[in-house]
Design a protein around this ligand. Structure first.
Ligand code: ZN
Length: 473
C-alpha cells in the first residue's frame, strides 16, 4: 500500500484501526493497554486484492473482494458490493487464509534459542530443568509472547501443546494468554515437566477444564484437547501409566495428541498404538518420522492426522519428515513450529517453505512439491488435520473470517510475479500487513493492536525470574 493510499485509508478507515491512530470508540476498545478487551468484529470489505482462497472451487481471484460481517465471510468475488461496509484497499496485496499451526510448545518460547551445543544443554534437559521452575505467570508470559508472534507473522490458529501443566492454574494461564491475544487455538492439556515416566498424569486439571470449558473457550475460539505422553518416552511407559490417561481423554470426548516415532531411531512405535486401539480420528500424531510404509497404512486406516515440524526435526537431528509419503497415502497432514527453543523465530511461512524444500531435496527434483501444495498444507490441510476446516483454512462465504493480507510492495517481496511462489518464498513478518481472526483486525498496516513492547518486557522479566530460581548464571 502506498503512503498516500495509507493516509486515505486512515482517514476513511480509522474504525478498523491502523498505525496506532485510535480515533473512534471502536478502536478505543482495541488499545487494550490493560490487556483487556479485544477489538470489535466490524463490517469491512477488502477490495481489489489478489485473493488466494485455497478453496478448490473458488481458486484465485485477481482484482477480488472479500466482504466480512460480524466475523463471517459473507461474499467473495470480483463484483461484490457492500454499501455501508468500511473499505480496505487491497491494491498490491495478496489475501489468503490465515495460517493454521498444528503443534507448538508455546509455554517454552520463554527459552527461545536456548537449546545449546552440548548434550547437557540440549533441548530436553534445558526445558525440563527450567520448566520445573515456571509459575503460572511465567507460562502466561511465554504463551502470550508466542501468540503475539503468531499473529504478527500471519498465523490465525495455533495448537498450544502444553506439557508443563504443573497445576490447574498453569493450564489456565496458557488459555488466558491465547484469549487475551484473540487467536483461534486448541489448548492441549498435558503433564508437568520433570514428572517420572512411572507415574500417571494428574487428571484433575483437564477434568476441571472440561467440566467448565464454555467459560474458558473465548466464545468458541479455543478448543480443549489432551497432550498425551504415549507409550514411549526415553524408554517404554507401562500400560498402567499411559492407559488411564488415554481412556480419560476418550471419556471426556477430547482430541488426543502424542509425539511418536519422532526420530529415525524410534522405530516400531506406530504398530503398538494400532494394536492397542490407541489410534483414531480423534488422535493427532507428531513427527512419525520413522513410520514404516505398513505403519503409514495403519495411520491412514485409523483416520489419525499427523503434524510435521521440519524446522525442529532438522535442527535436533531427527531426520527428514515423510510429508510426501503421508500425502500420497491420504493421511491428513499439518505443519507446525514445535518449539522456539530449537527453531528461534516461529514463522509458519518459513516452515512451509522448508517443508517444500525438504521434499524437493528428498525427491532430487525441483518439482516434487509445488509451492501451492505447501501453502495448502499451511492452511486448509492444517485446518482439516485439526478438525476446524468447517470454520477456517480457506476463504469462502459462510466460513469465519480468519485471513491475512500480504504486502507485495516491500523490498523483500517486490515485484509481483507468481503469487503462490512469492507468498511461500518471500513472506516474512514484515510483509504481513493485516491479520484478521474471527472478523477482528489484530494487525493492520504492519502494526499489532496489542502492546508488543509490554509483551516482550514481561516475557523478559519472567525469564529473569526463572533464571534466578534455577540458579542459572
Ligand atoms: Zn513437540
Amino acid at each position: 500500500m502506498c503512503e498516500l493510499c495509507r493516509r486515505d485509508f486512515l482517514r476513511g478507515m480509522a474504525a478498523v484501526g491502523a498505525s496506532g491512530v485510535f480515533s473512534t470508540p471502536l478502536m478505543a476498545q482495541a488499545q487494550r493497554s490493560d490487556g483487556g478487551q479485544l477489538p470489535a468484529r466490524g463490517e469491512f470489505i477488502i477490495d481489489n486484492a489478489y485473493v488466494m482462497t485455497m478453496d478448490s472451487n473458488l481458486g484465485d481471484i485477481a482484482g477480488g473482494s472479500v466482504h466480512v460481517r460480524n466475523g463471517e465471510i459473507v461474499a467473495i468475488g470480483r463484483d461484490v458490493r457492500a454499501p455501508g461496509a468500511q473499505a480496505i484497499d487491497g491494491n498490491g496485496m495478496i489475501v489468503l487464509p490465515g495460517l493454521v499451526e498444528t503443534h507448538w510448545h508455546m509455554w517454552n518460547t520463554l527459552f527461545r534459542s536456548f537449546a545449546g551445543d552440548k548434550a547437557e544443554e540440549g533441548y530436553f534437559p534445558t526445558v525440563a530443568r527450567f520448566g520445573q521452575q515456571m509459575t503460572p505467570d511465567d507460562v502466561f508470559a511465554s504463551t502470550r509472547l508466542s501468540a503475539a508472534e503468531a499473529i504478527n507473522s500471519g498465523m490465525t490458529f495455533v495448537h498450544s501443546w502444553c506439557h508443563n501443566v504443573r497445576s490447574k492454574a498453569h493450564a489456565e494461564a496458557d488459555i488466558k494468554a491465547l484469549t487475551e491475544v484473540g487467536i483461534r487455538a486448541r489448548h492441549s492439556c498435558g503433564w508437568p515437566q520433570g514428572m517420572p515416566d512411572t507415574q500417571s498424569a494428574d487428571q484433575g486439571p483437564i477434568e476441571a477444564l472440561a467440566r467448565d470449558w464454555k467459560s474458558y473457550s473465548n466464545e468458541g475460539l479455543i478448543g480443549l484437547g489432551m497432550a498425551w505422553r504415549g507409550q514411549f518416552r526415553a524408554g517404554p511407559i507401562k500400560p498402567e501409566v499411559y492407559q488411564p490417561e488415554f481412556d480419560n481423554a476418550r471419556k471426556l470426548g477430547l482430541p488426543i495428541t502424542v509425539h511418536v516415532a519422532s526420530s529415525r531411531k524410534a522405530v516400531n512405535q506406530i504398530e503398538p498404538l494400532a494394536k492397542g486401539n490407541l489410534l483414531g480420528k480423534d488422535v493427532q500424531l507428531i513427527h512419525t518420522l520413522s513410520a514404516s510404509p505398513a505403519e503409514l497404512d495403519m495411520i491412514k486406516e485409523s483416520g489419525a492426522a499427523v503434524s510435521v515440524s521440519p524446522g525442529s526435526e532438522l535442527r535436533i537431528g531427527y531426520g527428514y519428515p515423510q510429508t510426501s509419503e503421508m500425502i500420497a497415502k491420504g493421511i491428513p497432514v499439518g505443519l507446525s513450529v514445535d518449539t522456539s527453543a530449537l527453531t528461534g523465530n516461529s514463522s509458519l511461512f518459513a516452515v512451509a517453505k522448508l517443508t517444500r524444500d525438504v521434499e524437493n531435496a528428498k525427491g532430487a527434483s525441483e518439482f516434487t512439491m509445488t509451492a501451492r501444495r505447501a501453502l495448502e498444507l499451511a492452511t486448509i490441510d492444517g485446518a482439516r488435520s485439526m478438525g476446524v476446516d468447517d470454520k477456517v483454512g480457506s476463504l469462502k462465504p459462510g466460513k469465519r473470517a480468519d485471513l491475512v493480507m500480504i504486502d507485495t510492495n516491500t523490498l523483500s517481496m517486490a515485484v509481483m510475479t507468481d503469487p503462490a511462489h512469492l507468498v511461500l518464498e518471500c513472506t516474512t513478518p514484515e510483509n504481513v500487513d493485516t491479520v484478521v481472526v474471527d472478523g477482528r483486525i489484530l494487525k493492520r498496516g504492519g502494526k499489532l493492536v496489542l502492546d508488543a513492547p509490554k509483551v516482550v518486557r514481561e516475557a523478559r522479566n519472567a525469564l529473569a525470574g526463572v533464571r534466578e530460581r534455577t540458579k542459572w548464571r
